[in-house]
Each structure stands twice: as structure tokens, then as C-alpha cells.
Design a protein. Structure first.
Length: 572
């Protein structure tokens, strides 16, 4: 039902069932918000979105109040603006004055709102509440002094990730957001996915950075600095430099990374092809007791399974993730190709994921005491590093990836989006069983926007069941079904972040849905255009694997590229 309401003395159209905020946004009228998140049930907690409604004594939160036909609304009356200014001033009264040094300087919602409301001085002052920064996690840093109690991290962790690491604690002026028993993050149940960072409006949550060490390494002539980057980074990083969302800029990124000082630049997609082959082989060779086979490429998902469903760990693939596989190849597989001895090689992985930082330092990701990947940078860190090094990507010609890992299939690119890994496996699995290629490479069932998808694929006289889950909270019911004996599945792909790595916790802030869709579309478009569409058709990978399997016995091969995981005790 459509009806008219009056807003700022003008008549606009409203729809029954919508909130005031939705109606205003649809009609091009913007009002500020802090606690509100699109797609979540509104709470009206921060009161930044208050408006004046004729006939109502109090100001009304627009995010939670349904619109009604009789309403006459004023969105920027003196009373409303003064209320919003006061909220900002009260938040700033106990906020640190370190904007110049803050990770979110220039991209802070509180800072932007203060500027918008013309708050230029501290009007309220009181006893400062000092809180210690928590740097205990390998991936995420908490700075409680910058928390404004918006509750976004609480809600995304509970409703999207299903872990509930954070919650509101204490009462009154001592209210805070904290972990269970106020334990540091490294002792909590956090799976370091980084989605809390993506929704935090200030710098209360941010990734742990290693810029200082990286600069030292790059300028250390005794070290051979090698970098690999994830396909999701190639379709994302250019956004920060004013280019169109979803633009594939891998060639420019290759050039930029060389200019910063890296000796070799590789594409993690080569490891993605390797990973797809490993999983396809593992799926065919597993007995019924080991099925369904779970993907192991998302480190947040692996940590989740270790903590909450350790009984299902035998179902997890033994293959290392694409990042770690390529890191192992660079360091251990054939170190002479990198132009240096493996002991002097320093490998950096650029990813859209904060959990990769945790993965890289795991004991399981080492060989003879040597880490497969020495350092991990997020997409956000990459952008800062390129700017720090004075690189102007607008005046840069595209360059190619270094050899020997210079080729990849388009199916490896798809793995950056939810469902892409399953597509890659199906393409290779069909060839392994029948010796022929799929008539249609695109697997439509894997590309729907649903958070949980299940479908079957026939290959000759065999039928395989696949499940794809995006957003960790959506995996709970499926795991319970599997524990109870669900039999029709052979492979389960899980990605902790909604939509997959294109929406990872290390991507640009804020995570604009249209940008995430553009990144995914760019990957699908590249898949349509490229000729090598399956991992088994990557000629360089075939040569590398032939060399490895010829020169190494099965135990040594397994030690390099396979791993195992164990139950993890955490404070729930």
C-alpha cells in the first residue's frame, strides 16, 4: 500500500510496513545513523537518526519507527540537529584525541559525523575512563577506549558469524563491550574473521599491521622478498584509488608491487588450481566414512570447526589452503626457481582476509620449522603500503606475473566468491571420471545468492551431492544434520564471510553491497572470457606437479602439502 506523508513541508510517497528511515532513504533524504546496519533488525540504540514527528512529544528514532499515513516529519529542525550534536559531543567527551594516529583517520564515521554536525570543540568534559588496548590476537587489535557502544560488532558476530565473541557487559557508566570474563581475544572464542572490523564505525577494532618489519625486509639485500596476492585483491584494491568497483587490475598490481621493492610477484590463484586438484583427488579417494569432505581453504571456518565441532575434523580436507600451498611451493617445492635459497626467501601474502594472519603462524603451516608464509597483509594494508612507497598506479603500465607460477585457470579466480571452489572441483572431477570436459562450465546452482545451497551433479554413473554455505551462522544446522547422519552430501564448501572472500574482513571499509556484487561479477566475467577454465588444464601446474611427484616420495609430498587439525579448547 502506497500513501503520502509530509517531510520537511513536502509530500513524498511512503510504503506501508517500511520504517521512516527506509522511506526517507528511498526518497533521497539522508539522515545520520550509527547503530543501524542494513539487513539487521533496528534497535534505535544510538538515537542519531531521531526525527521530529508532529503530535509526538519526544523525538522518534527513524530506523525503528514504522511510517504511518498521518505523519508530518521534520528531519533537520533545530531541535533535531541540536539533539544529534549533543549525542556526538557526549560520545567525544570520553573519546581519545588521537585521530592523527588512528587507523581509521579519514574513514571514521564518528569523525565524519562530528564534521557534519559542525562539532569543533569539546563541550563536555569529565573523568576519562582509561582502558587498555588488547593486542593479544595475531589478527585483530581491540582498542576499547574508542568504542562508542553502538553494538554493531556484537550483532554481526552473533547473527552473521554465529560465534558471539562480544557482548555488552556491566551497567550504567561502566557499560562496555567485552569478551567472556573480559579475557583477551587470543583466549576467547574469536575465529578472527574480521567481520567486526568491517562494521566498527571507529578504530575500536582493526587488523594488526606489520609495516615496519616489511619495510626492513624489502630493503635487506640478504633477503629475497616474494609476494603473492589473492584474486579478490586484484578486483578490489583499485577501488581505493578511485577506479570503478570490480575493475580487474592484476597487471597494474603486479607493477605496483615490483615498484615497492618485491623481487618476485605471484598470483595465489596458482595455489587455487593446486588446491582444486588436491580436493578433487581427495574426494575420489575417500571412503564413505570420510564423507562429506569439508573445504579447508577458509581459516576462520577451520578454527570454528576445531572449537565447536571437533568430532567432524576428520571430514576436513588434509590439503593446505591455496595461500599456504603456494607459499610451500615458493619455499620448499622448487626454491631455485625463486632465484634464491629457501632460507633467505621471505614470503608475503596479500589477502582479503584477517584470518589468514592467524593461519600463517599456525604450527601446522610449517615445514622443518620454516613457515610456509612469513607475513600476511590485508587489502587495506596493501593500499596503505602502496601509498607509503609513493607509487602512482594511475600512471603505471600492466605487467605480467613472474615465472614459474605464472599461469592459472579461471576456476581459480572463482574461488574468491562463495560457490567458486565447488565449481572448480566439479569441472576437474568430471574430467577425472569421464576424461572429457563439461559441455557447460558454468554451474548455475553454485551461483545463486542463497546463503546455503545444496544440489547434485552427475558424472557418468556417479552422482555427487554438494553443499555451499556462506556466513558462518548458516552452517550450524547443516553440521547438526551431518552429525546425525545426513548421507546425500559428498562435498561441503564453507566460507565464514557472507559472499565469500570478496567480502572478507580485510577488504575496504565500508563493505558496500554494490561493490561486493561488482567484484563477484568481475570474477564471473573473467571466467566467461578466458580459455583455461579448469585446474587440470593449467599446463604449468601439470609440469610442477610432475616434477614434484617424480622427485619426492609420497610421504615427503604429503608432509609438504598436507596437514591435520586438532580440537581447540576455548572459553565459550
Amino acid at each position: 500500500m502506497i500513501f503520502d506523508i509530509e517531510v520537511n513541508n513536502k509530500v513524498i510517497k511512503a510504503r506501508k510496513g517500511d520504517t521512516i528511515l527506509q522511506t526517507l532513504n528511498r526518497n533521497g533524504i539522508r539522515i545520520p545513523t550509527l547503530c543501524f546496519m542494513e539487513g539487521f533488525t533496528p534497535t534505535g540504540a544510538c538515537r542519531m537518526c531521531v526525527v521530529e514527528v508532529e503530535g509526538k512529544h519526544d523525538l522518534i528514532p527513524a530506523c525503528s519507527q514504522p511510517v504511518e499515513e498521518w505523519m508530518q516529519i521534520r528531519t533537520h529542525s533545530p531541535r533535531v540537529v541540536n539533539a544529534r550534536r549533543t549525542i556526538i559531543e557526549l560520545l567525544l567527551a570520553n573519546h581519545p584525541d588521537d585521530c592523527l594516529y588512528c587507523m581509521r583517520n579519514g574513514n571514521c564515521e564518528l569523525q565524519n559525523l562530528a564534521s557534519e554536525m559542525n562539532v569543533a570543540e569539546r563541550r563536555f568534559s569529565g573523568k576519562r575512563i582509561k582502558k587498555k588496548t588488547d593486542p593479544s590476537s595475531i589478527s585483530v587489535v581491540r582498542d576499547p577506549e574508542k568504542c562508542i557502544l553502538c553494538g554493531r560488532c556484537v550483532r554481526v558476530c552473533e547473527e552473521v558469524i554465529g560465534v558471539s565473541t562480544f557482548d555488552f557487559m556491566r551497567r550504567g557508566e561502566e557499560t562496555c563491550i567485552d569478551t567472556a570474563l573480559s579475557k583477551p581475544l587470543n583466549l576467547s572464542n574469536c575465529i578472527v574473521c574480521g567481520q567486526c572490523i568491517m562494521v566498527c564505525p571507529t578504530g575500536a577494532l582493526h587488523e594488526k599491521s606489520d609495516f615496519g618489519e616489511l619495510l626492513q625486509i624489502i630493503h635487506d639485500h640478504s633477503k629475497h622478498a616474494v609476494v603473492q596476492y589473492h584474486p579478490a585483491v586484484a578486483v578490489t584494491f583499485a577501488e581505493a584509488f578511485g577506479m570503478k568497483s570490480g575493475k580487474e587490475a592484476g597487471g597494474i598490481l603486479n607493477a605496483a608491487l615490483r615498484r615497492t621493492g618485491f623481487d618476485k610477484v605471484f598470483d595465489t590463484a596458482f595455489g587455487g588450481d593446486f588446491y582444486a586438484l588436491e580436493l578433487a583427488n581427495e574426494l575420489l579417494n575417500r571412503g564413505d566414512e570420510g564423507l562429506p569432505l569439508f573445504s579447508s581453504c577458509c581459516p576462520a571456518w577451520v578454527k570454528y570447526l576445531e572449537q565447536y565441532h571437533p568430532v567432524l575434523l576428520p571430514h576436513l580436507s588434509v590439503s593446505k589452503s591455496p595461500q599456504q600451498l603456494l607459499g610451500t611451493l615458493i619455499k620448499q617445492g622448487n626454491s631455485s626457481t625463486a632465484g634464491s635459497e629457501s632460507g633467505s626467501i621471505f614470503t608475503v601474502a596479500v589477502t582479503p582476509c584477517t584470518a589468514r594472519k592467524f593461519e600463517a603462524q599456525r604450527e601446522e603451516m610449517t615445514c622443518k620449522g620454516v613457515s610456509d608464509v612469513d607475513m600476511v597483509m590485508t587489502t587495506r594494508e596493501l593500499v596503505k603500503f602502496i601509498r607509503l612507497c609513493g607509487i602512482d598506479i594511475s600512471n603505471m603500465e600492466p605487467e605480467l606475473i613472474n615465472l614459474p607460477y605464472g599461469s592459472r585457470s579461471s576456476s581459480a579466480l572463482l574461488q574468491a566468491a562463495s560457490g567458486g571452489l565447488t565449481e572448480a572441483i566439479i569441472r576437474t572431477l568430471h574430467h577425472m571420471i569421464l576424461g572429457t570436459e563439461l559441455m557447460q562450465f558454468r554451474i548455475t546452482e553454485a551461483r545463486t545468492g542463497k546463503s546455503r545451497k545444496e544440489f547434485q551433479v552427475e558424472a557418468g554413473d556417479r552422482t555427487f551431492g554438494f553443499a555451499i554455505v556462506s556466513g558462518m551462522a548458516n552452517v550450524k544446522d547443516l553440521l547438526v544434520e551431518i552429525e546425525k547422519g545426513k548421507k546425500n552430501l559428498h562435498f561441503v564448501e564453507v566460507m565464514a564471510c557472507p559472499g565469500g572472500c570478496v567480502n572478507g574482513g580485510g577488504q575496504p571499509i565500508p563493505a558496500i553491497p554494490a561493490d561486493v556484487k561488482a567484484r563477484t561479477k568481475a570474477l564471473y566475467d573473467m571466467d566467461e572470457k578466458e580459455s583455461i577454465k579448469a585446474a587440470h588444464k593449467n599446463p604449468v601446474l601439470a609440469e610442477v606437479l610432475h616434477t614434484l611427484q617424480t622427485n619426492k616420495d609420497p610421504d615427503e609430498y604429503s608432509q609438504l602439502f598436507h596437514t591435520r587439525y586438532h580440537a581447540r579448547d576455548v572459553l565459550i
